[in-house]
Design a protein around this ligand. Structure first.
Ligand SMILES: NC(=O)c1ccc[n+]([C@@H]2O[C@H](COP(=O)([O-])OP(=O)(O)OC[C@H]3O[C@@H](n4cnc5c(N)ncnc54)[C@H](O)[C@@H]3O)[C@@H](O)[C@H]2O)c1
Length: 241
């Protein structure tokens, strides 16, 4: 299979990141799979080889900017200096009543879900800029539509991802870099295995930036056109609160 395009994926060892890595590999991309779970990356690399694809995998903690810059540099070298797609996927979720979730767990969640994305965007920029028509895909969530009870901090981190996506899609237009985000609701991965909470655009933009995933999120996204008081009421209803 000829490799002519490259994709760098954070949090690639499991869940959505792993499925994304395999999909890109099937489509002939050189896949850069990075994660803190090195064993999971090993089995990903084996699976990609079995498909006839090509990958580079390695340890990366997205909260460490120096490591992010080093891994992106190494990957870009392997890909001939190009980076066609950057997927900022790594994220964690802590669910429960805000006051009952340990503060250090919440601060770690903020570090991974927000600073990890800033690190990825900043370190990827020179390689994206050097590539024709590159795309950045940030994993936001349906919980970036309206703040979700029992997922308050998680939800707030996804509003951060939504905001930085909107801003950079405009700011980096001058370089031809597209920046979009995905809004899945619940995808059956390790992240959502043990989660039990009450909950499961009208924008004047020239092109689509947010990609609601699944019918329920599409309906929720439409609710963003409703007045805030009605969004709040509907969210309370869905959360059973
Ligand atoms: N699963 C869902 O329902 C859902 C819904 C909306 C959005 N999302 C978002 O999609 C993304 C992926 O979620 P998932 O369900 O596949 O999760 P997952 O838990 O299945 O996989 C997350 C991966 O990220 C890795 N990771 C965790 N901390 C890391 C760090 N500091 N540095 C590098 N890698 C790290 C984990 O090792 C794991 O391999 C997340 O950003 C999540 O918020 C998921």
């Amino acid at each position: 299979m000829p490799v002519n395009r490259s994709v760098f994926i954070t949090g690639a060892a499991a869940g959505i990141g792993r499925a994304t890595a395999l999909t890109f590999a099937r489509n002939g991309y050189l896949v850069g799979g990075y994660d803190i779970d090195v064993a999971g990356l090993g089995s990903l690399a084996t699976e990609i080889s079995a498909l006839g694809g090509k990958s580079v995998v390695g340890h990366l903690d997205v909260t460490d900017h120096d490591e992010m810059a080093q891994r992106l540099g190494e990957f870009a070298d392997a890909a001939g200096g190009r980076l066609n797609v950057m997927v900022n996927n790594a994220g964690i979720l802590r669910a429960g009543r805000f006051e009952e979730i340990d503060i250090s767990a919440q601060l770690t969640e903020i570090d991974i879900n927000t600073k990890g994305v800033v690190n990825g965007l900043h370190a990827a920029f020179p390689y994206l800029r050097a590539t024709p028509n590159p795309v950045v895909v940030n994993l936001a969530s349906a919980s970036a539509i309206y703040g979700q009870p029992e997922l308050a901090t998680y939800s707030a981190t996804k509003f951060f991802v939504r905001g930085i996506t909107e801003a950079l899609d405009i700011e980096w237009n001058r370089y031809g870099i597209r920046v979009i985000d995905m809004w899945p609701l619940y995808v059956h991965t390790a992240m959502t295995d043990s989660i039990k909470t009450g909950t499961t655009e009208s924008r004047q933009v020239m092109r689509q930036v947010h990609f609601p995933v699944g019918a329920q999120t599409k309906v929720s996204a439409l609710s963003a056109r409703l007045p805030l008081w009605l969004q709040r009421l509907l969210t309370k209803r869905v959360a059973g609160m």
